[in-house]
Design a protein. Structure first.
Length: 168
């Protein structure tokens, strides 16, 4: 974080439009990165607690797309679409996420994967077009809790893989 001349933290230009969630996962970053890049893994953990995911199409490359449906625990289906805008294995993934291609309210997310000893610190920084869209995502769609639950699901999934590898 940079600071201003008065020694106070300088707020980023997008701070009022962003949600930042991070978590330490007890697995090497290459493994955590792969769990984000292969649909066979994503479909096992993606989404908040109680949600499941059905993939329609998936191509992990810059410009590639992931079309999927998230199924809520109450039976509601949510059409989702992601296109990958930058990929730097195993450090960074950037994407545009909306309900469908061309969604005017799509938001940008950047995921970073930092080594933390033998573990990985993952940070998900999401930037919305407006403060109002950010507030709506946080209040109406519980984006902060949902993001935390999604990273918790990822941590549990990757930990299971690590344990199976140690056993087998």
């Amino acid at each position: 974080m940079s600071t201003t001349g008065r020694g106070t933290p300088e707020q980023s230009a997008t701070a009022d439009r962003e949600i930042v969630i991070s978590r330490v996962i007890n697995a090497p970053r290459e493994m955590v990165f792969v769990a984000f890049t292969e649909v066979r893994h994503l479909s096992r953990w993606w989404g908040p607690k109680g949600f499941t995911t059905t993939t329609q199409s998936f191509e992990f490359r810059v410009g590639g797309e992931w079309d999927f449906v998230m199924h809520g625990p109450d039976g509601t289906d949510y059409d989702e679409w992601i296109t990958w805008t930058d990929i730097a294995p195993p450090e960074r993934i950037a994407m545009l996420h909306g309900e469908s291609r061309g969604d005017p309210n799509a938001f940008e997310s950047v995921l970073t994967f930092e080594p933390d000893g033998v573990a990985t610190r993952i940070q998900m920084r999401t930037v919305f077009a407006t403060k109002e869209l950010r507030d709506e995502a946080a209040e109406k769609y519980h984006a902060i809790e949902g993001g935390q639950q999604t990273l918790s699901n990822l941590a549990a999934y990757v930990t299971e893989i690590v344990q199976k590898g140690a056993e087998g």
